[in-house]
Design a protein. Structure first.
Length: 276
């Protein structure tokens, strides 16, 4: 079942009462959906998630419930805390975990997992495909979020990835600058190893820009799509073999150069996925 319910309360009642009556769903299902971020309302002129099923509502309150049984039934993968620097924390996001949720729920997102674990405000600074795994930063106050977002928006942030691609390629610091969606996009790829048995190569990729699916599109454009890439390559029985292993930037807090790396064994692509 996938359906959106849009209601406006006509009398004082709790959120779960109003949504249950309008949708025909049990209060327990409504409570579960709300807890997982599928209910929205207006608060101080801004649409936000409403999680409290027992919230007393005034007449005229508008609620929106995005109910999808498939989404709500999913179990989140487990994120790993790499470092806590108070104003921001560093995490390993596994394959399958979203960076942030959608209108249909956020319980399978890194942002929500961090909120629950650290019990602090959390702000998303950058994104990583749900199909990919690797290093991500989460800010814990709005000023930190703004400062770190500027690092990602500019070209002072260096991001390194490991990617296992189809085919044998021998290259060092190869520039790939095919525009993406009409915007500049810069990636550099270097071969680490090749495997003639399964006809794959392991590349290190550095990107200076952060366009959507940039690495996936760039590697496909040179004839070596990433193993497990169902969008730009061939169907495979393994997850997308793309891993964000390090970030390097000028810290807006310490004014020093900072390099964050996934620790062993998380920084080994073969730890997370099997070879094709």
């Amino acid at each position: 079942m996938r359906k959106k319910f849009d209601i406006t309360t006509a009398q004082p009642e709790t959120a779960s009462e109003a949504l249950s009556q309008a949708s025909g769903l049990s209060r327990q299902r409504i409570k579960d959906a709300m807890n997982k971020g599928a209910c929205w309302w207006m608060l101080k002129g801004k649409q936000v998630r409403l999680r409290r099923a027992t919230k007393e509502l005034k007449p005229g309150t508008r609620l929106q419930l995005y109910y999808d049984e498939t989404v709500l039934a999913r179990k989140p993968e487990t994120a790993t805390l790499v470092a806590d620097n108070t104003r921001y924390s560093v995490w390993f996001k596994p394959h399958g975990l979203l960076a942030q949720g959608s209108q249909w729920g956020d319980h399978c997102s890194l942002l929500r997992c961090v909120e629950l674990e650290l019990k602090r405000p959390c702000y998303l600074i950058h994104r990583l495909d749900a199909d990919a795994a690797g290093l991500m930063l989460i800010a814990h106050d709005s000023k930190a979020a703004g400062a770190l977002s500027q690092c990602f928006a500019g070209r002072t942030m260096t991001k390194h990835y490991l990617a296992r691609v189809t085919g044998l390629i021998h290259t060092q610091d190869q520039l790939i600058d095919t525009p993406i969606d009409g915007k500049d996009a810069i990636s550099r790829a270097s071969t680490l190893t090749t495997n003639e048995t399964d006809d794959t190569s392991l590349l290190q990729v550095a990107i200076e820009t952060g366009r959507k699916h940039q690495i996936r599109k760039h590697l496909e454009s040179i004839g070596h799509p990433i193993v497990g890439d169902r969008l730009y390559g061939e169907p495979a029985r393994v997850p997308l073999q793309l891993l964000a292993v390090s970030l390097e930037f000028d810290s807006p807090f310490s004014r020093q150069r900072v390099k964050l790396e996934l620790p062993e064994p998380l920084n080994n692509l073969d730890t997370h996925v099997s070879k094709n």
